[in-house]
Design a protein around this ligand. Structure first.
Ligand code: ADP
Ligand code: ZN
Length: 520
């Protein structure tokens, strides 16, 4: 399939010590060796590095690897050198003399793989250097960082869009473990590799068990749970450093081996705590999302989200650190609407409107995941554009203990009538304020307290109505339209509900579910 033939397998064995390729690796490597642009979406641990490292060894010339994490760069290069690969890196940690030495080695053709930080690569001096060398491949790791639609946008990545212009003949392989269809498109567009072949590996982690719990009496619920897992290794994620510190302290008082990890600790303390965890000298690490990049500990048996994560990408990555050995790992998320409001508040302080909109949309998807009564796996993978075909995954709370269903047709009718009376010209909050009989000025100013439906829904709280409205949107009996000012709209199914031709069922919210019957 390429001019290197059997050499591929020889190299795999000789330099990497593997006897076989993992799924997709061989096809991807074939494409790269044939100088095609490629886009690779593969979960963490799937084996992305090999897709450019192996071609780098076979191809004539230098492969440039763009990687955002300076700390990981050194580790990768060290381990490649140990295996006899001529690799080096260029970033801001190098002294001028060291950079000079690497420049000389490059010019003498003594380096096959060069790792470069993005901000370094786009400097005109680096470009000039590379122009004088025989560059045969660009590998862009964590390529989703180029897209503003991702959770991890980095401005210095944006400038990589000049690579294809400056080096039109050099193929690009873009790799990432996290990209929604939208981010994928944007990345390909930004890098100028429209005709690339795209490879998408399955993101389904079959050994992860997903569970959502109401965030109520959280510490004690968690304690009960941790007692059953005593001696096992786990990660507890929190949003703030303060929670991390206080939780780690409390857990130690309650007899657990727990250490904190966040960006407010000294480098030394952080490194030490991480090491203690990786070497199994402490069972639990309580951490902010600063923890985990590049960590490959096989035996993590539980991942708890003590607070609501900001988006599903992050959540997927964080839970993905569990069960790397293929054995079961339980992922528990404590959910409350209060957390949602908190995050929303922070988002609204942000600078640019586009950023705010993206962050709010991502937060809504996160909340939908928690509130939905569809298999967690289905929702999570669906978010990444992957379809789960099985009806019952057998490894999530929804599939194992379906929540109690109640007939919500009367409520649905009230809601639909109110939307109709408001001429479909108002958003969810306003409609519900009318329903619940709010005395807010915006209601009285518009004389909406005189409407027939005013106060018709005061048997439920505003939060309960919000949850029902979102569920109605999910069931497509009402619609949300408009990006800037989302309005509630009706459709054919809304009429069917009013005409008694369609029922609407709601599930009891997580908050109402009994906590005591919880058996992990
Ligand atoms: P990613 O970059 O996708 O997170 P890595 O490239 O770090 O994944 O690979 C994850 C692990 O899988 C590494 O320990 C790597 O050595 C191993 N690995 C990669 N390819 C193979 C293979 N063909 N056979 C066995 N192990 C592999
Ligand atoms: Zn399921």
């Amino acid at each position: 399939k390429n001019k290197y033939g059997l050499k591929m397998h020889d190299t795999l064995r000789k330099y990497f010590g593997y006897s076989e390729f993992r799924p997709l690796q061989e096809d991807i490597i074939n494409d790269v060796l044939n100088d095609r642009d490629t886009f690779v979406l593969m979960p963490t641990g799937g084996g992305k590095s090999l897709c450019y490292q192996l071609p780098a060894l076979l191809k004539d010339g230098i492969t440039i690897v763009v990687s955002p994490l300076i700390s990981l760069m050194k580790d990768q290069v060290d381990s490649l050198r140990e295996n006899g690969v001529d690799a080096a890196y260029l970033n801001s940690t190098l002294k001028p003399a060291e950079s000079k030495r690497i420049y000389d080695e490059l010019k003498r053709g003594e380096i096959k793989l060069l790792y470069v930080a993005p901000e370094r690569l786009v400097m005109s001096s680096t470009i000039t250097l590379l122009k004088g060398l025989n560059v045969c491949l660009f590998a862009i790791d964590e390529s989703h960082c180029i897209s503003e639609w991702g959770h991890d946008f980095r401005p210095e990545y944006r400038k990589l869009n000049m690579l294809k212009k400056k080096f039109p003949k050099v193929p690009i392989i873009a790799l990432t473990a996290t990209a929604t269809p939208k981010v994928r498109e944007d990345t390909i567009q930004q890098l100028g590799i429209k005709d690339c072949t795209t490879y998408v590996a399955s993101f389904n982690r079959k050994n992860l068990f997903y569970r959502i719990r109401a965030k109520k009496d959280t510490y004690h619920t968690m304690l009960k749970y941790l007692r059953k897992k005593k001696g096992e290794s786990g990660i507890i994620y929190c949003q703030s450093r303060r929670t991390v510190d206080s939780l780690a302290t409390k857990l130690r008082k309650d007899g657990f081996n727990a250490l904190p990890y966040h960006a407010g600790l000294t480098d030394q303390q952080r490194a030490k705590n991480q090491e203690m965890f990786i070497k199994d000298r402490t069972d639990i690490i309580v951490a902010t999302i600063a923890f985990g990049m590049g960590i490959d500990k096989p035996n993590v048996r539980f991942v708890v989200h003590y607070d609501l994560p900001k988006n599903l990408e992050g959540y997927y990555q964080e839970t993905g650190r569990g069960g790397r050995d293929g054995l079961e790992c339980e992922c528990v998320l404590f959910f409350s609407r209060g957390d949602k409001y908190k995050i929303e508040y922070f988002i609204k302080q942000k600078g640019k409107k586009e950023e705010r909109d993206i962050a709010l949309k991502q937060l809504n998807d996160m909340v939908d995941y928690c509130e939905s009564n569809t298999c967690r796996r289905k929702v999570l993978l669906g978010y990444f554009g992957e379809e789960v075909l099985e009806d019952n995954c057998g490894k999530c709370d929804v599939c194992l203990q379906p929540r109690m269903e109640v007939d919500g047709t009367p409520e649905a009718r009230v809601m639909i009538n109110c939307i109709r009376e408001l001429d479909q010209r108002f958003g969810m909050n306003h409609v519900i304020d009318v329903l619940t009989g709010s005395r807010a000025k915006k209601i009285t100013d518009k004389k909406h307290h005189l409407l027939r439906n005013y106060g018709q829904g005061d048997m439920h709280t505003k939060d309960a109505w919000l949850e029902m409205a979102r569920e109605m949107v999910r069931q497509d009996v009402i619609k949300v339209e408009g990006a800037r000012y989302p309005l509630l709209k009706l459709n054919r199914k809304s009429d069917e509900v009013l005409d008694g031709k369609r029922m609407v069922t709601f599930t009891r919210s997580i908050d109402e579910e009994c906590q005591e019957d919880y058996e992990p």
